[in-house]
Design a protein around this ligand. Sequence first.
Ligand SMILES: *Cc1c(COP(=O)(O)O)cnc(C)c1O
Length: 359
Amino acid sequence: MTIVGGSAHFPSWRGVLEEYREFLPVTASTPVITLLEGGTPLVPAPRLSERVGARVLLKVEGANPTGSFKDRGMTVAISKAAEEGARAVVCASTGNTSASAAAFARRAGLTCAVLIPEGHIALGKLAQALIHGARVLQLRGNFDQALTIVRQLSERAPVTVVNSVNPFRIEGQKSAAFETVDVLGDAPDALCIPVGNAGNITAYWKGYLEFKEAGRSTRLPRMLGFQAAGAAPIVVGHPVEHPDTVATAIRIGNPASWYGATSAASESGGGISAVSDEEILDAYRFLASEEAVFCEPASAASVAGLLKLGLPDGLGGSATIVCVLTGHGLKDPDIAISQISVPTVVDAELQAVLAELAL
Ligand SMILES: *Cc1c(COP(=O)(O)O)cnc(C)c1O
């Protein structure tokens, strides 16, 4: 999953901080803690385009060094923490934040502690946090409770919180919006994105606004955010005490950036909607089998939403729509295996293999 020395779209890619330095809150004396994150591919999705009736592209964030978009914000948050002389960073996480924080903290030589909801974290993400040497505590509670404790912890102990309540996270995550403009030559007509704690939709919108302001684009996309139906506080209009969804990365009942999401949606003429777990898993299998792109279930919420709503009002066949695929499918192998039939076992004989494959 690591990008070494550039990607197809960005030869000699230098990482988010160097590529978009003038839009980020860093100075010449800020240490650059990077794993060359960002510069992820914007992959055409021909089958999806056909179904939707417009050009659809997939922003494949699983191609980041730790396999999710969290790396974009983490490079800035950890660089700033290092600049400020922090010794330790802490986060609450549904998984990917902890994987990313653990990796970037290692890179910076900082201690990392993470609080995750017991039993609701994908196996790959847990493995990442552990292998990078984070102190991992599994909380008997959900993400929202973990975040509350992390915020309290930062008032008692000398630690920097690297959840998206840390504004440097949002700053770094803007870079994904910048990249879509740089690749397309302008902003897309619409952006479809999963919404959990709502930091990412907030960051994309901020990025699109800043690039337009700077004359790097001429227009703004409609922001279409999608929550899982069992964890859709913004859609129902109040916090959800017991969020529940197969898409663990967006299993959040009280988003920290709630207002950021609603303003992105309303200012852009977009909206926040819910998709069921069944719709999420349909989109998840569709992406893997039809577009050959393997994302995690939460990521598929963007595509599930687009398939459900169809082409947004007022857009025609010449529209360009970007769906953000927030994390890599390998993060959550248990879900993948549960969605397909297990491989057949045969004897180690050519005849048996031929008979079974019936090629
Ligand atoms: C963190 C995450 C999300 C949700 O992003 P928010 O900024 O919390 O809305 C969605 N998908 C994946 C894979 C994630 O890791």
